[in-house]
Structures are given as C-alpha cells and as structure tokens.
Ligand binder design. Structure first.
Ligand code: THU
Length: 133
C-alpha cells in the first residue's frame, strides 16, 4: 500500500466528518498489520467535549472488529498545513501499535511521515508501572 493511496482514502473518509461546530473536517485511514483499512472522520456533538477525533474513530472501529495491530495511519485535516493527531489519539494509537507510522498530509498532496514514538516519546504504558507490594 502506497502512502498516497492511504492519503486518498483518508481524504474520502473526511467527506463524512460531522463537524458543524468547528467546521474543521478530519479524515483518517488506518492500515492494519493484516492489510485491512479502517477509516474514520471526526464526529462532533452539541456538548462539545463529547466530540471524537477521526483517528480514534478509525482505531475503535478496527479494534471492535478484532484488529489489534497496525502499520500506518494517514491523517488529513482542513485548510493550510498539516493536522497532527492530538495527544489523546496518540495515546490510544500507542496502546495497540507503539511502532506505528503516522502520515500527515495537506491539501496540496504534500505529506510527512513520522514514527509514533517521535510524536509521543514518553506515552503512558501500564506495563511500566511498578506496583509496591
Ligand atoms: N480533530 C480530529 O479529528 N483529529 C485531529 O487530529 C485533531 C482534531 C477534530 C476534533 C474536532 O472535531 C475538530 O477536529 C476541531 O478540533
């Protein structure tokens, strides 16, 4: 799967964003280790804090269908420049695939690729917790 193909799929997914409050539409396309693609778009709510990002929609769709390992995610926002996944989405993605590749793409077909560990270098992991006995 080419990066540009995944970006195209994320752009298509963005069309279904429900963003009447921010007007900021985001699309995501998540490629699982098993080769399946799960898409997401942001879904907002009149109670703003209930809004959910495109990336988390994609990962929750995938996990709820039994896919737990992912290779790469493409994210496209709106307007000028790149849309980077928020901290909450990075944390959720790291739960499943700390070695995920993250592509951010703009409207002009430019893109950048990062390791999730670059965007979230010191994310919380339950395994790292030392419990006192
Ligand atoms: N949003 C995403 O869907 N993904 C991101 O990476 C950043 C922000 C959404 C949340 C909200 O619906 C809108 O963009 C504005 O913050």
């Amino acid at each position: 799967m080419e990066q540009r193909e995944l970006i195209e799929i994320a752009c298509k997914a963005r069309e279904n964003a429900y963003a009447p409050y921010s007007q900021f539409k985001v699309g995501a396309a998540l490629l699982s280790a098993g080769g399946k693609i799960f898409t997401g778009a942001n879904v907002e709510n009149a109670s703003y804090g209930l809004s959910t990002c495109a990336e988390r929609i994609a990962v929750f769709k995938a996990v709820s269908e039994g896919e737990l390992k992912f290779d790469i995610i493409a994210v496209v926002g709106s307007g000028v420049g790149y849309t980077y996944p928020c901290g909450a989405c990075l944390q959720v993605l790291a739960e499943f695939s700390p070695e995920l590749r993250v592509i951010v793409a703009d409207e002009k077909s430019n893109y950048k690729e990062y390791g999730l560990d670059e965007l979230l270098p010191l994310g919380f992991r339950m395994l790292d917790v030392r419990r006192e006995t």
